[in-house]
Write a new protein. Structure first.
Length: 324
């Protein structure tokens, strides 16, 4: 199956880059003010509370917040995330906010002292989110979210879609939608072939592939590349022969419900028979699909198997020649 390409955000314009630079400088300044304010208020309060070295309280708590944030980003970059590390900065933030509130003498002072540390923590979380998202997109580990409107309109089917995304690590939402459409088509074909009891009558392999989302409807080419290739081949042959092309006819729907679907073993055996005299360079998905009569996804799987077999035979032949 062709992997879906993750849409990248458009590059920043010159004005946006300038605005981003100003926001970063201003954010660093505002965060520094919050950190300095928390240091002053907690130092005074710690001395009043009986600490021999009152400067250790604000330094130990406030500095630990960016340290845990940086550790979380490093673990994400190394693909070793820890869930509790994400909550450590927020827990320390609640502690420092509570201590700053306790350090105030009036309601206004408590509110001012308690809100200042949030500046530093909020800006660090924004920077951490941007970095984590970019790393997740680059490594393919970030799972895209499903639209909230879809949850409201179709909660049950959306829950099943989200479940399959989590189970099979489908991080791309649009790819998950394409797989879901394909699964519904295959399910409709199985029901048309085997009736209402298709879950009991259909081959076990087809049922498993349907559950895994790796079974495509017979003759379906979702991307339309095969039809374009067929038309191009026909036009080229007509141009060379000079004959009038025959109108393309739509393939009639299969009406024989008793005829079973071609299994993987049958498709592989037929592919081996039809391509036994083909060179390795000719083993491609489209020619295999034409001679076997299978779907595009299955032809790609057959191509990979046939190429692997040819490579193994070639390796064994080279080993025998080397021994001889």
């Amino acid at each position: 199956m062709v992997p879906a390409q993750t849409e990248q955000a458009p590059p920043l314009t010159q004005g946006e880059k300038l605005l981003l630079g100003v926001a970063v400088i201003a954010g660093a300044g505002v965060g520094g003010l919050g950190l300095a304010s928390s240091y002053d208020s907690l130092s005074v309060a710690a001395a009043r509370w009986g600490f021999s070295d009152p400067w250790m309280v604000p330094v130990g708590i406030d500095v630990a917040i960016p340290v845990f944030t940086a550790a979380r980003l490093l673990l994400i970059r190394l693909n070793m995330p820890l869930a509790w590390v994400h909550f450590a900065p927020w827990a320390l933030t609640l502690v420092t906010c509570w201590l700053n509130i306790a350090a105030g003498t009036t309601v206004s002072a408590k509110l001012a002292h308690g809100s200042m540390p949030l500046l530093w923590v909020g800006l660090s979380e924004v920077a951490a989110h941007v970095y984590a998202v970019r790393v997740g997109v680059a490594t393919g580990q970030r799972m895209e979210r499903i639209r909230r409107s879809r949850w409201l309109i179709a909660p049950r089917t959306t829950l099943m879609l989200w479940r399959r995304m989590v189970l099979w690590e489908t991080t791309d939402y649009r790819k998950a939608l394409a797989l879901e459409k394909q699964r519904l088509l295959v399910r409709a074909e199985l029901r048309a072939d085997y009736g209402r009891a298709w879950r009991r009558k259909a081959p076990v392999r087809d049922l498993v592939l349907l559950k895994l989302g790796e079974l495509a409807p017979d003759g379906s080419v979702p991307t339309g590349e095969a039809d374009e290739a067929d038309e191009a081949d026909e036009q080229e042959s007509v141009a060379e022969s000079g004959e009038t092309p025959e109108p393309r006819r739509r393939r009639p729907a299969r009406t024989d419900k008793s005829s079973p679907r071609m299994t993987w073993g049958q498709a592989l055996a037929k592919a081996r028979e039809k391509t036994s005299d083909w060179p390795v360079e000719r083993l491609d998905a489209e020619p295999i699909r034409k001679v076997v009569g299978c779907s595009q996804d299955r032809s790609r799987q057959l191509r990979d198997v046939l190429r692997a077999e040819r490579h193994e035979l070639q390796t064994e032949a080279e080993a025998v020649d080397a021994l001889s």
